[in-house]
Structures are given as C-alpha cells and as structure tokens.
Design a protein around this ligand. Structure first.
Ligand SMILES: Nc1ncnc2c1ncn2[C@@H]1O[C@H](COP(=O)(O)OP(=O)(O)O)[C@@H](O)[C@H]1O
Ligand SMILES: [Mg+2]
Length: 339
C-alpha cells in the first residue's frame, strides 16, 4: 500500500443557503496524514464525503493519484472509511466484519487477510466477538481494520474517536498514527478537536465556513497562526487590549512582536496562557481570581484592573497563588496575532 496524491480543486457545495464548501482547495501529498480541523458545521464531513464520492460537489474537481475521479461513483474510488461509531454490522463477528469487503478475493484468502488486519490494529484475540461484546475503542479498531483491509488508496476518518472516553481516545489516536505510518496510506482525518489534530497529523488544515484558513505543520499552526480565527480556534487565547507601536504591540506593559502588521492603534491581542508569567509580588497590579488544578500544569485566572488574564503555571506553584494573592503579570515576547 503506497500513498497517492489527493487534490481537491475549487470545491463548492451548497445546501439551500448554506455554503458547506466554498471554493475549497486542498492538496495532500502521497502517504501524508492530513487532519481537517474546524468547528462543527464548517464543512469537514461534506469535504470528506465529496472526496469519497458519497456527495456530489456543485462545482470543482477531485483528483486521486493524478486522475480526475470527480465523475466516478463511490464504489469505484477505492477509499477506506471510518466514521464516528456504530458502523459495524452487528450480526457479524469482528473477523467477518473485516473480511466482508474482501469477498471478491476468495474466502480463504479474505479470512487470512482479515486476521492479518486484526493483528495490525491489535485485536486479533477478539476476532470471534460480535460488536456488542467489544468496547467502543475495540469496535473502532475493527472499523479501521475493515477500512484498511481493501488496501484503499486513501483512508478517510470522520471523527473516529469522538464517541470514546478521553483515555481511549488518546491511545487509539496514537495507534492510528502508528498504523498509518506502517501502511503508508494517504489519510484525511476529520476532527473538531484541536489537540487531536495537532497530535496526529503531518499537516493540519484549519477550516472555517467551507474554506481552508491555513494548511501547515502542527507547530506552525500553533506558533504562527495565519489568521485570528486560527489563533483563537487552535489553543486557548487571552484577548488582551493592546496598543500598536510600529511592528510591535504593547500589552500589559510588555512589547510583543506582531505576526502581521496592523494599521489600527487600539487592538485586541491574542496571547497564549503559556506565554503569561505570574509572580507573587506584594505591590503587583494583578490579583489571582481563581485557580484550577489540571494535572501537572494548572490554570490561574488573574485580574489586572478590569482585564482578565488566564495563565498556565506548573501545578507545584499553586500554593503560592491562592485567590486574592497580589501578583505581577508579564508576557513572553513571542509573536502574537490580533483579533
Ligand atoms: N444533507 C444536508 N442537507 C442540508 N444541509 C447540510 C447537509 N449536509 C451538511 N449540511 C450543512 O452544511 C454545513 C456543513 O456541514 P458538515 O460538512 O456536516 O460540517 P462538519 O462536518 O464540519 O460539522 C452545515 O451547515 C450543515 O448543516
Ligand atoms: Mg462532521
């Protein structure tokens, strides 16, 4: 299974007055793992369905391996799909679910191949179980095995982890990445969960209202968001009042480089909580408002005058930052976007 290139060119799809896809362009490299990230309703599923041939675009083209497949029906597009959940045939065992799509290859061979796929996804021991005898995470592993069994040219995953609990979600997410790296199938993974997208993908495409706002490596999406929407959607940001001075913006007394120039003087700067430093200081201007324990890193909210600031701190610092503590707030001089 080697990956093929996928290109979406100028896809448009409207439902009544809704522009589900609004001139969407996306180019995926052979073997690449792309996460399509965006809020609910931004057109992720529609994009995936148009690529799969389950939905027709009003205009635009879909190319797979350089070939125009726009007019081909879904069953001739050679794609493996995994949906949110509950997509297995309830009356078939895990093994039979996986071998189902392989019937053309002859039964003996398809069973051997199905067994191999269950091994790949780490649940060979459950081959004879029915879906109701499997956990949600195990069922999604079977669905993944079934999608990969046909050696698809493209693997499409639509929020495959969103019905699972947090721990299983993280485990299976890492497994999906491991398996995809092993088989090398070009993959489009749709999610509204930014942490998930940043964790698994080679590149993340951030979508908004049927368009791609930015397509870049996870670190670039996070550190140099192309638009305020990306900055706000990916990772929590403080919205702090600032004053533009040349190529910088002054926020809470610190000058920060701007990601893109601004012609407005009074602005709202988007500052990451991890860029906010908090130090207890008797005559500090800030006051700790609340603290919340979140594991090794915790969250502290501070008021500075009438500005509310959220900071991330190492949890062992919480005892010195109880509500009411006067603090000094300073910002790390990392480039920021403006809202
Ligand atoms: N079959 C449909 N009929 C009417 N509206 C639809 C249909 N499918 C999607 N939409 C609308 O298109 C927009 C994009 O939907 P969708 O692609 O499912 O978004 P996402 O997967 O990002 O949540 C939404 O406003 C949705 O309500
Ligand atoms: Mg969707």
């Amino acid at each position: 299974m080697t990956g093929v290139a996928v290109q979406l060119h100028g896809l448009r799809r409207t439902f009544g007055t809704v522009h589900a896809l609004d001139n969407l362009d996306l180019a995926i490299e052979p073997g690449e793992f792309i996460a399509l990230l965006g809020p609910s309703g931004c057109g992720k599923t529609t994009a995936l369905r148009v690529l799969a041939g389950l939905e027709d675009a009003d205009s635009g083209r879909v190319l797979v391996g350089g070939k125009d497949v726009t007019a081909l029906p879904a069953n001739r597009r050679d794609m493996g799909m995994v949906f949110q959940a509950y997509s297995l045939f309830p009356h078939l065992t895990a093994l039979a679910n996986v071998s189902f799509g392989l019937s053309l290859r002859g039964r003996g061979k398809s069973l051997a191949r199905a067994q191999e796929m269950l091994e790949l996804v780490g649940i060979a021991a459950f081959a004879d179980r029915y879906p109701h005898q499997l956990s949600g995470g195990q069922q999604q592993r079977v669905a993944l095995a079934r999608a990969l069994a046909i050696e698809p040219s493209v693997l499409l995953l639509d929020e495959p982890l969103s019905a699972l609990d947090a721990k299983v979600r993280v485990q299976l997410r890492d497994e999906i990445r491991r398996i995809q790296t092993e088989v090398g199938t070009t993959t489009l993974f749709v999610t509204h969960d930014q942490e998930e997208a940043l964790a698994v993908a080679d590149r993340v495409g951030v979508m908004r209202a049927g368009k791609l706002e930015q397509l870049a490596a996870p670190a670039d999406i996070y550190l140099t968001p192309a638009t305020p929407f990306v900055a706000e959607f990916v990772g929590l940001s403080n919205r702090l009042p600032g004053t533009v001075v040349g190529n910088e913006v002054e926020v809470l007394g610190t000058r920060l480089p701007l990601l893109s120039p601004s012609s407005t003087a009074s602005v709202t700067a988007l500052v990451r909580p991890e860029s906010v430093q908090v130090t207890p200081e008797t005559d500090g201007e800030g006051r700790v408002l609340t603290t919340s324990f979140l594991g090794p890193i915790s969250k502290v909210t501070i008021t500075v005058g009438d500005v509310l600031v959220v900071a991330q701190v190492a949890t062992d610092r919480l005892p010195s930052l109880t509500p009411g503590t006067p603090v000094r707030v300073s910002l790390q001089p990392v480039p920021v976007a403006l809202a």
